[in-house]
Design a protein around this ligand. Sequence first.
Ligand SMILES: CC(C)(COP(=O)(O)OP(=O)(O)OC[C@H]1O[C@@H](n2cnc3c(N)ncnc32)[C@H](O)[C@@H]1OP(=O)(O)O)[C@@H](O)C(=O)NCCC(=O)NCCS
Length: 233
Amino acid sequence: MTLTYGVPSRCDIPTVVTSRLILRGWRPEDLSPYAAMNADPETMRYLDGPFGVDATERLVTHLIGMWALRGHGMWAVEERGSGEFLGRAGSYIAQGWPGIEVAVSIRRDHWGMGLGTEAIRASLDFGFERLPVDEMITSTHRENVGMNSIAHRLGMTFRGVADVGPWRASNVYAITRSEWCARQTAASAASAEAALQHVRQSGPSSDECAPGGCAPVERRHGEQMSRKRTPGR
Ligand SMILES: CC(C)(COP(=O)(O)OP(=O)(O)OC[C@H]1O[C@@H](n2cnc3c(N)ncnc32)[C@H](O)[C@@H]1OP(=O)(O)O)[C@@H](O)C(=O)NCCC(=O)NCCS
């Protein structure tokens, strides 16, 4: 029998770079640090308890498979400065889910530094920029203070208590595309105003001057407001 080969199907996982994190595709060397996180009872307190290396490997192949099947999913989270593995973040959906969920798990020695918020913010940015969705959700155990705080801090609205997949009576939050875009526009306007105040108070710094003169402040702010987070950058 003669076999013919077609074009192989591909699973491209885009890379997203934030201030302190790189959200990227999974590598074999992530398995060991991720398994260590999944074996930690405190980290897994609201995620059905700890599990081992074999289950971690099955989970990672499942998370990679979501990118191939649905075009979005969970990234491995890497710290920009050190290159260390810090967890996983991104989006998730399965049968019976009320919508595309954003979720995160951060290595315990890095909790409380704003990294969970940063990863969820990037996941919402990516979702609303790249996916044809009008709303994204998150769900968590009612006692998971960290995740409930992240949802509130990012302007997600409490929608009620529901069973989500295997998790019973989870707090469910949602944010619509228009709500997220309004927040981003307000944040950009606030940072543009802060930059303008800085220029007014201290005058333009040397690196704000192009050869032959300074670009108009309004134009520089316009560029800043329309700047997109470019995957792979
Ligand atoms: C939930 C989790 C992602 C938070 O990550 P993080 O990087 O610590 O989050 P941030 O630093 O952005 O802080 C978010 C909020 O959680 C609070 N927080 C962080 N760690 C906390 C802790 N151990 N106990 C209580 N609150 C905590 C912060 O004070 C902050 O609250 P604020 O907005 O009122 O200031 C992290 O604890 C984690 O990975 N937990 C295990 C996995 C998990 O439960 N994921 C969520 C599944 S739905």
